[in-house]
Design a protein around this ligand. Structure first.
Ligand SMILES: Cc1cc2nc3c(=O)[nH]c(=O)nc-3n(C[C@H](O)[C@H](O)[C@H](O)COP(=O)(O)O)c2cc1C
Length: 196
């Protein structure tokens, strides 16, 4: 089986982030996935239309990594019932075309997950994030939804979810859904290419 190249983006800049921990756990669960962990969110300049051309090097690096990935997995905290500013900033950069290329996230298979120490597991942030991704024409996994509430109590000292716990099974199911979505998008692209 050809491994799926997944760009993993955490919406948190925090060293001990629960969401980054979640992405590391996802990487361990997916033997058929090759993860590229993006850690440049904090180095992206604030989006500014005056500074799009030429693109700042941090932006070009992010675009290239999105383009090279078969799929993107975003794990984001909820800040004030919405998407953290640093992640929204990255999405605004990615919504813009670069040269002859269209926006890097357009038609890209994306899955969204999130972890919060609170009781709602990032549900409001995920809704906001899905709205942004929809506008960007990304292909977003709709089911299953993965919301990890009271997340600070869910991981062990190694950052693992309990073996075969419902949370771990659900995370695995998200990865499976992302794999299927990427396969069907690839198939559609091939079919489209042969028709035209
Ligand atoms: C500015 C700010 C706003 C927050 N707003 C929310 C919120 O609306 N909902 C929520 O569940 N947690 C909220 N939190 C708590 C975060 O869920 C918590 O800090 C979480 O650990 C952040 O994710 P991370 O561990 O991946 O960094 C907020 C935290 C900060 C710093």
């Amino acid at each position: 089986m050809t491994p799926l190249n997944v760009l993993a983006i955490s919406g948190s800049l925090r060293r001990d982030s629960l969401n980054t921990t979640l992405l590391r756990e996802a990487e361990r669960l997916g033997p058929h996935h090759r993860f590229d962990h993006y850690d440049g969110l904090g180095r992206l300049p604030h989006f500014n239309e005056d500074e799009e051309h030429p693109a700042p090097s941090a932006v070009s690096d992010l675009r290239r990594r999105v383009q090279e990935a078969d799929a993107v997995l975003i794990a984001s905290p909820e800040y004030n019932a919405s998407v953290p500013g640093a992640l929204k900033n990255a999405l605004d950069w990615l919504s813009r075309p670069a040269g002859d290329d269209g926006p890097a996230l357009a038609l890209k298979p994306v899955a969204v997950v999130g972890a919060s120490p609170g009781p709602f597991g990032t549900v409001r942030a995920q809704l906001a994030l899905r709205q942004v991704l929809h506008k960007m024409n990304a292909r977003v996994v709709q089911q299953p939804e993965f919301l990890l509430f009271q997340a600070h109590q869910q991981f062990d000292d190694d950052g693992r979810l309990p073996e075969d716990s419902p949370a771990q099974q659900l995370l695995r199911a998200v990865l499976d859904a992302l794999t299927q979505l990427a396969a069907s998008e690839r198939q559609q692209a091939l079919t489209g290419a042969s028709v035209h």
